[in-house]
Write a protein that binds this ligand. Structure first.
Ligand SMILES: [Fe+2]
Length: 188
């Protein structure tokens, strides 16, 4: 694949083809993860100035790169402060996270309650992996995850979602209090 001229429009077109041809969500995620790793190792066509905002208070910031008008896809460049972390959350869709600069830790959580009590969720950490520069991880729509930037450096990652977040905002989960509420992310 050529890197020259491969930007966000080309990435969007390739994801459209993957989504149209795939038989299920897992197949989409597997292929988009491979593509995201390639794109994160070859950022010349889409990183541009590399000037993305960050949000020190939030610990990270989402910079919108693309949203499909029909809500079927969203792509963000996410910047990370050292130590910045999301809480455990879901998206009601799949997500692929690829590190462009630095290393992220990707943590998976398992929910064990029967979802019968609004605002209550019992989750347990069930595994994690490191996403180094040029690597990607993914979560399915049924999954709960969080991402953190453990190093001393600012970080940048590419996040691809199977639909735009509005009107369905993801939930965030507190494993200590077992509280579930809306996860409102300030977009840079
Ligand atoms: Fe996420």
């Amino acid at each position: 694949m050529h890197t020259i001229g491969y930007g966000i429009p080309e990435l969007v077109a390739d994801i459209r083809v993957i989504a149209a041809d795939a038989e299920d969500e897992r197949e989409i995620v597997d292929q988009v993860r491979d593509l995201a790793e390639w794109v994160s190792r070859n950022p010349e066509g889409w990183l541009h100035s590399g000037r993305y905002a960050c949000d020190r208070q939030q610990g990270f910031a989402r910079n919108l790169l693309h949203e499909e008008p029909d809500g079927s896809l969203a792509i963000y460049a996410v910047t990370w402060w050292p130590g910045g972390s999301t809480p455990p959350h879901d998206h009601s869709t799949w997500e692929v996270v690829a590190s462009v600069i630095g290393t992220r830790r990707h943590v998976n959580w398992l929910r064990s309650d029967d979802r019968s009590v609004p605002g209550y969720a019992s989750i347990e950490r069930c595994g994690d992996s490191l996403i180094r520069s040029g690597e990607a991880a993914s979560v399915l729509s049924s999954g709960i995850h969080n991402v953190l930037n453990e190093g001393d450096e600012m970080g940048l990652s590419l996040h691809i979602y199977g639909r735009t977040s509005s009107p369905l905002e993801p939930s965030r989960f507190d494993p200590e209090t077992r509280r579930q509420d809306r996860f409102v992310v300030r977009v840079a």
